[in-house]
Write a protein that binds this ligand. Structure first.
Ligand code: HEM
Length: 445
């Protein structure tokens, strides 16, 4: 552990046992605090940035939406978007023009998120919401960094742009909610949905599942996430979600779900292109398992090496490279005094490259995830974090990333346009810098 003092003290937890204390054993002592102010200004009291009962209520409603049955029901949307990506990239290959990789994969992940949140095509409004959210977040961060000099009421060009973006985003999300309310899938069931279901283990074959999420009934499979939220009363209180709670929830899902998947796939492609042996092994596996088809859930469990590539990508380039927590009360954590109001940072990126827990940590080596190898310390590997605030969509993210990487590598050969080592730049997420451009060729069979 080390500390930094810039005014107040911040503690950096660089050991898995300290991290385990903060995320699990003493989770109640910490909350998402000042480090989330910029994000909270834009996302509101949605599941990502809120605390206490506001958070736990949304989280209770959200968890079952990422169960195995739900993943199964989202497969048609995934296939549709993979076909769409293939058609767009085929066009790029035919025109022989370079492809901005992160943006092109981002378009895919945004469309997929739209299709899974709402069982319909919402491409355009999602594009608008994502653009407005970026503009809003940038200004919110600028205000925070100004240390109080830049106030929201000031008529600066940045504030004016951010206010316009905020209005547009709010209007577009309200419209999605209003449309969702009119769909037959969003009409409440007699007797009140999820509270009636029996609990089951809801385990998922992709390795990041948690036990105990109630499984949705089979006949609920076709509903999008937003439609499900409209009909499901809170299992504990029986209350339905208000429109403003739904606004905040949508914002959280867009924020947490869009860029992270796009970055995972972009980094995985970049890592595979760097090492021809890795690329060849993926091609061989994908050809053997899929034989030209799009992957089913069963296929994805059989794409063992491709999944190892994704896990190793998430180790070297975790899309969320660090998270912070604020101490609610003073206390000792494994012999360290943490005072009320102090910040602790969990540097996921550093833990993933810690020499004590990883052999040859800087090397991209998918073999370290082979079935015969011992599992790493769970708190030295946490691309989705651990504990009650870990990512609810971990299995969905792995499934989507494996399916997308397999499909792209099966159908296309990519060549990087700029040589040189892969470099990363952390804004809130970890981006390749410079943003990669590739030449796309159809892969011969
Ligand atoms: C590879 C892709 C993804 C990665 C690496 C990832 C990683 C993470 C991490 C590290 C956190 C904890 C953040 C913090 O404590 O500040 C988190 C939270 C969260 N993620 Fe993900 N995520 C991914 C995809 C998704 C997707 C696709 C969705 C939704 C569609 C999603 C929804 C959420 C939500 C709602 C939270 C907040 C959970 C809470 O605070 O209870 N994530 N994610």
């Amino acid at each position: 552990m080390f500390e930094r003092r810039l005014g107040a003290r911040t503690l950096y937890l660089c050991h898995p046992r300290l991290v385990e204390q903060v995320l699990v054993h003493r989770a109640g002592q910490f909350r998402k605090g000042r480090g989330y102010e910029a994000v909270r200004g834009v996302l509101g009291e949605g599941v990502f940035a809120s605390n206490g009962e506001t958070w736990s209520r949304q989280r209770r409603l959200l968890d079952p939406e990422f169960s195995t049955a739900r993943l199964e029901s989202q497969l048609p949307a995934l296939h549709e978007e993979l076909d769409g990506l293939t058609a767009r990239w085929w066009g790029t290959a035919m025109c022989n023009v370079p492809l901005p990789l992160e943006r092109a994969v981002g378009e895919f992940s945004l469309r997929l998120l739209g299709a899974t949140m709402l069982q319909s095509s919402v491409g355009d409004s999602f594009e608008l919401i994502a653009r407005c959210m970026r503009a809003s977040l940038e200004q919110s961060t600028r205000r925070l960094l100004s240390g109080g000099l830049l106030q929201p009421w000031m008529p600066t060009p940045g504030n004016i742009r951010a206010r316009r973006a905020e209005r547009q985003m709010s209007g577009a999300i309200d419209q999605l909610i209003a449309e969702a309310r009119t769909r037959p899938e969003a009409q409440p069931e007699p007797g009140g949905g999820r509270a009636q279901r029996p609990d089951s283990q809801g385990r998922c074959p992709f390795g990041f599942d948690r036990a105990g999420s109630p499984e949705p009934a089979a006949d609920e499979g076709r509903r999008g996430l937003l439609e499900a939220m409209l009909t499901e009363p809170d299992p504990r209180t029986g209350e339905a979600m208000s429109d403003s709670q739904l606004q905040a929830l949508c914002r959280s899902l867009m924020f947490a779900g869009h860029g992270t998947i796009a970055l995972t796939i972009t980094w995985a492609l970049m890592c595979a292109l760097e090492d021809p042996a890795v690329e060849a092994k993926i091609v061989a596996e994908v050809r053997r398992v899929l034989a030209g088809r799009l992957p089913t859930l069963e296929d994805i469990s059989r794409l063992v090496y491709t999944r190892q590539v994704i896990l190793e990508t998430l180790r070297l380039f975790p899309p969320i490279p660090a998270v912070s927590r604020e101490a609610r009360v003073s206390g000792r954590v494994l012999g360290v005094d943490v005072r009320e109001g102090e910040m602790v940072t969990i540097p996921v990126y550093v833990l993933h490259r810690h020499r004590q827990f990883w052999r040859d940590p800087e090397r991209f080596d998918p073999e370290r995830w082979g079935p015969e190898r011992p599992a790493p310390d769970p708190f030295a590997y946490m691309p989705f974090l651990r504990g009650e605030r870990s990512c609810p969509a971990d299995s969905l993210a792995i499934l989507t990333s494996v399916a997308c990487l397999a499909t792209i590598i099966d159908r296309f050969e990519l060549r990087r346009l700029a040589a040189g080592p892969l470099r990363a730049r952390a804004r809130i997420c970890l981006h390749p810098d410079p943003s990669p451009r590739v030449q796309v060729y159809p892969r011969s069979r």
